[in-house]
Write a protein that binds this ligand. Structure first.
Ligand SMILES: *Cc1c(COP(=O)(O)O)cnc(C)c1O
Length: 456
């Protein structure tokens, strides 16, 4: 095919934005395992989830059968503010690498939150509003999800209470201020306004918090405040469903220009952007209509797919959340403090975990200095300053393109560029100063995390 005729940036028309989300579970023969109630070890029922999540989101969480789920019109309208996102033909990167490969990336950083997370945040805020709720709670680490949810809540006039890991609250004031500008109430976690926060502060005076602890606080605040529910930005089936907008647009753009990817690559933290990007392609693969190589890329310092176990584990460190069957390093696993590149969650989406276990996708891990090397190379030729998370996918895409250079193969590679890195300049600083180090946990380190996994 003639790649000369493809524009540098493929923008769909507004009326080509899909009006349904695609639920890949409908085409999976082996469905993802259900979430379990940690008390009874039975699958969580609708009623058990109701105090925590919005009703419609629970229905989406439990729906393994409906393939196309309509996107509410108000969510479609919001999507029009920053979608369709461009599928960019990385011609400058191809030239710099001197590769015969054709490289494309789907760029999700063109909104103020700076990442794909807004795609699910706006859907979750919509369903909370539609249910007549007053507000929602959530946790945030570095702040991408909290920022996205703050924007979404301000659009629908909902209260948004964000528990932000204390160390980030103090050391990363800029995202905190973006959230407050959109009207969110941001509390450093552990705080003194929840029972679990007070307990943790008492047991560990001066602690700077953790994501697991912030989740526990946010869930407690939601269930104990009338008119509030809790919302989560990754891992859950419903989040992958909303993120399918990324893949649906990508597929539409590919079909429009006759592009057929050989390889599709995405970074994997909790799995939401990757799950969304690959969904329609995976659907074709599951139905036997087409084949693609699909590669998940994770940090070598938090290698859930490549070194984790596929078992039931707690979704959070504080063990207040349900249990999920997923690739996990153990809910007590915390990546090394000098890991700067994000993607630090101990587990992985149950949908992607099942697909990986069934051999429908591959996974690799990469070290962070190699990730920042790729990020820098990409920024200098393609112009966009990538988020460290996204740069895991860049690293893998460059590696595949360099393999094509050796073999002379003209493969087509698509990767997800999930966001921008303006708030990650401390990590870039470490890389630029040459002080960034790689850390790969030993088998003994991982054994400690595995030891905490419940035996069920
Ligand atoms: C949160 C985030 C990720 C990782 O989350 P997933 O759920 O695995 O997609 C990747 N990139 C960016 C920019 C993010 O903010």
């Amino acid at each position: 095919m003639n790649f000369e005729n493809i524009p540098y940036k493929i923008y769909l028309d507004e009326n080509e934005i899909p009006n349904t989300w695609y639920n890949v579970r409908a085409d999976m023969k082996n469905k993802p395992a259900p979430l379990l109630n940690p008390g009874t070890l039975k699958p969580l029922t609708f009623e058990e989830m109701q105090p925590i999540f919005c009703d419609e989101l629970i229905r989406q969480e439990l729906d393994n059968d409906t393939a196309q789920i309509p996107i509410p019109e108000e969510v479609q309208n919001f999507y029009r503010m920053y979608r369709p996102s461009p599928l960019v033909h990385a011609v400058f990167l191809e030239k710099a690498l001197d590769t015969p490969a054709h490289i494309f990336y789907k760029f999700e950083g063109n909104n103020t939150s700076g990442s794909h997370k807004l795609n699910s945040a706006i859907a979750q805020a919509y369903y909370a509003k539609a249910q007549g709720l007053k507000g929602v709670t959530t946790e945030t680490g570095a702040g991408q999800w909290g920022t996205a949810l703050s924007m979404a809540c301000s659009y629908f006039g909902l209260d948004c209470k964000v528990y932000m890991v204390k160390v980030s609250y103090e050391q990363k004031p800029f995202r905190r201020e973006v959230m407050r500008t959109y009207g969110a109430n941001v509390t450093p976690s552990p705080s003194m306004d929840t029972a679990i926060g007070r307990k943790i502060n008492e047991e560990f005076p001066g602690t700077t918090g953790s994501l697991g602890c912030a989740i526990s606080e946010a869930v407690e605040a939601a269930v104990s405040t009338p008119g509030y529910r809790y919302e989560l930005g990754s891992v859950l089936n419903q989040v992958l469903l909303h993120q399918s907008i990324i893949g649906m647009e990508t597929k539409t753009a590919c079909d429009k220009y006759g592009i057929k990817p050989d390889i599709i690559i995405g970074c994997a933290g909790g799995g939401s952007n990757l799950g969304g990007l690959i969904s329609p392609f995976m659907g074709e693969k599951l139905r036997g209509e087409a084949d693609y190589r699909i590669i998940a890329v994770e940090p070598a310092s938090c290698p859930s797919f490549t070194r984790g176990k596929f078992v039931y584990d707690f979704a959070d460190t504080g063990k207040v959340c349900p249990m999920a069957k997923m690739y996990t390093l153990g809910h007590g696993f915390i990546p090394s403090a000098n890991h700067a590149g994000g993607l630090r969650y101990h587990g992985m989406s149950p949908v992607l975990s099942q697909l990986y276990a069934d051999g429908y996708m591959e996974a690799i891990s990469v070290e962070q200095t190699a990730v920042f090397e790729a990020a820098t190379q990409f920024a200098r030729v393609e112009g966009i300053l990538p988020a460290p998370e996204s740069s895991h996918a860049i690293r893998a895409a460059i590696n595949e393109a360099l393999k094509c250079k050796e073999t002379g193969e003209e493969k087509t590679i698509i990767f997800g560029l999930t966001g921008t890195g303006y708030f990650d300049l401390k990590a870039y600083e470490a890389y630029n100063n040459g002080t960034m180090v790689d850390y790969i946990p030993t088998d003994e380190d991982l054994a400690k995390g595995f030891a905490g996994i419940p035996n069920i």
